[in-house]
Design a protein around this ligand. Structure first.
Ligand code: MN
Length: 210
């Protein structure tokens, strides 16, 4: 079965005023759709076409070399965005506030305080040159921050992505994620984004990562 674009779990304008409706519409309907289409094109007729996209990007090294870059970028983009939509929710209706439960415990253990975690995460998001992502990953019973270029995912492993683990939170810092509203002010986008982080979902992903 080819990959399909998952519907947004809320309306385009649900994350206003932190993320504007037009950005969400273009980001989901055009950018994510293009990753889905291009990944399907690259995998068509191969034995990877029926695998879950997460499993495909976990084993990029098995792919024929001429397919690898297209799959890395586009199946990577599909996996990253499929997660990104779910770890956000409208502010005050599932989005924002402080982490709870196991996510709160792990973050406190690794970073001391939620405030310090946010500073470190914003640093990773801000210092990623060009396009990419900042992540909170679960690995060996702990959480840590890392960042990847382009559409690389920690699931691709250290050798390819430069970091590894199971992503439980991630922010897209491609300009397409924020430029209409924030222009060159990526730090303002990152600051606003905390208002729509869906911590209950982060806890679900953390539980699954164990
Ligand atoms: Mn994106």
């Amino acid at each position: 079965m080819p990959f399909t674009l998952p519907p947004l779990p809320y309306a385009f304008d649900a994350l206003e005023p932190y993320i504007d409706a037009r950005t969400m519409e273009i980001h989901h309907d055009k950018h994510h759709q293009a990753y889905v289409n291009n990944a399907n094109k690259a995998l068509e007729g191969t034995r990877w076409a029926d695998m879950a996209p997460e499993d495909v990007i976990r084993s990029l090294g098995d792919l024929p070399e001429e397919k690898r870059t297209a799959v890395r970028n586009n199946a990577g983009g599909h996996v990253n965005h499929s997660m990104f939509w779910t770890i956000m929710a409208p502010a005050g209706k599932g989005g924002g506030g402080a982490p709870t439960g196991a996510a709160a415990d792990q973050i406190t253990k690794a970073f001391g305080t939620f405030e310090h975690f946010k500073e470190e995460f914003a640093k990773a998001a801000g210092s990623r040159f060009g396009s990419g992502w900042a992540w909170l990953v679960a690995r060996n019973g702990a959480v840590s921050i890392c960042s990847t270029a382009n559409q690389d995912s920690p699931l691709m492993g250290e050798k390819i992505a430069g970091c590894s683990g199971t992503p439980i939170l991630g922010i897209d810092v491609w300009e397409h994620a924020y430029y209409l509203k924030y222009q060159n002010k990526r730090p303002d986008y990152v600051t606003a984004w905390w208002n729509v982080v869906n911590w209950p979902r982060v806890n679900e992903l953390l539980a699954k990562a164990r």
